[in-house]
Design a protein around this ligand. Structure first.
Ligand code: NAG
Ligand code: NAG
Length: 356
């Protein structure tokens, strides 16, 4: 009896001890956040707001707020005496639609800022202007559309603007980031870009694949220049989009394809056999999350689907009208049968009147 009580006591104490150790290793350090010596981790906690970090009493180099439901970043979100050494800030995979232009100004050591996978349809140009050590800004998967961001930064080397529904990009969008070396703009809605845009930049890497490029000589010229000046190294085929919604390969890692729509002297081979005509490659699968990018082979199928749908609509409309007509006739017959008195009355009245 005594030994079993002793046993219970010892095991209870040891469980408490283990729990104590565990909580020390990953201390609670703010509303739903967990910390160690370097990191404040608040990811996947269903947060709607950025917490106040009141209990953070050490100087973290990383703040991870990814995969929450945060909607706004205000100018006070990161005002904290211990945030002078933060290098990595992850606020990706949230629902942010609004960022104050000074939101990150207090994070003077910031090097990497990830705002990807949010709902931003615009972003202030000054957003990282004060972060003079910032190297990388990720804005991928936002909703900028026609509001192409113009970022002011004397330090940033890498900028990711992929999957942002962008339509335009000019020299002005680029001139405030003089040190930029890598620009990611794949999966957007570019039809055309002037190669002059990149002429004065220090870009060493540019990804503009998976855009619905116009099938036009200008597009070929753009890629010729970018490749010639070593800006674009193609890792996959680039396609242009014809007015009949067919995609055609125009450039690939192994060089240019033969393009019927742009045949110039000395440009491409003038003598083309039938077999060299527009060939649509099956092996180039566009990235799935771009709604505007349709696989080059899916078009025939789409037409068939459209036709079938069209036929179905006609059929359903036809059946519906037949049903309506039949029910109207039935209704008329029923009304006639169930209210015969009215007719009699109607006929009798004048008869009576003639008797009078
Ligand atoms: C602190 O936590 C982060 C994220 O969980 C982890 O990557 C890092 O290695 C940890 N650092 C230390 C010193 O335990
Ligand atoms: C930016 O974020 C996206 C999505 O989170 C990621 O796939 C991509 O690799 C990041 N870009 C860079 C340059 O690291």
């Amino acid at each position: 009896m005594v030994t079993s009580i002793g046993y219970l006591l010892v095991s209870t104490i040891s469980i408490h001890f283990v729990l104590l150790l565990a909580s020390a290793a990953s201390a609670q350090c703010g509303y739903r956040c967990v910390c160690n010596e370097t990191t404040v981790k608040c990811s996947e906690k269903q947060l709607r707001n950025i917490p106040e970090f009141k209990r953070v009493d050490f100087e973290p180099d990383t703040i991870d707020l990814s995969e929450n439901k945060i909607e706004e970043v205000t100018e006070y979100s990161f005002v904290h005496p211990k945030f002078q050494k933060v290098k990595y800030l992850q606020i990706n995979d949230n629902e942010i639609f609004n960022v104050h232009q000074s939101a990150f100004a207090v994070l003077t050591s910031l090097e990497f800022l990830d705002l990807s996978n949010n709902q931003l349809d615009e972003i202030p140009s000054e957003i990282i202007e004060k972060n003079t050590k910032l190297l990388e800004l990720n804005l991928s998967n936002n909703l900028f559309g026609l509001n192409t961001p113009t970022i002011i930064s004397a330090s940033v080397l890498v900028l990711d603007l992929s999957s942002c529904k962008l339509k335009t990009f000019t020299e002005d969008n680029l001139k405030a980031t003089p040190k930029l070396q890598a620009l990611y703009m794949h999966i957007n809605n570019f039809h055309h870009l002037d190669y002059h845009v990149f002429r004065k930049s220090n870009l060493k890497f540019l990804d503009i694949s998976y855009n619905p490029w116009r099938c036009h000589c200008d597009t070929i010229k753009l890629f010729e220049h970018l490749i010639k000046f070593g800006i674009t190294k193609l890792q996959r085929n680039v396609q242009c989009l014809h007015s009949n919604k067919l995609f055609e390969d125009i450039y690939g890692p192994s060089g240019p394809f033969t393009n019927n729509f742009c045949i110039k002297k000395g440009h491409f081979n003038n003598h083309q056999s039938d077999s060299q005509k527009v060939q649509l490659k099956d092996d180039v699968e566009p990235v799935a999350n771009n709604q505007n990018f349709k696989p080059s082979t899916g078009n025939h199928q789409e037409n068939v689907v459209n036709l079938v749908m069209h036929f179905e609509v006609i059929l359903i409309t036809g059946i519906a009208s037949v049903i309506i007509v039949v029910s109207l006739i039935t209704l008329a017959v029923v009304v006639r049968r169930t209210h015969p008195v009215q007719h009699t009355v109607y006929r009798e009245v004048p008869t009576e009147a003639t008797f009078l």
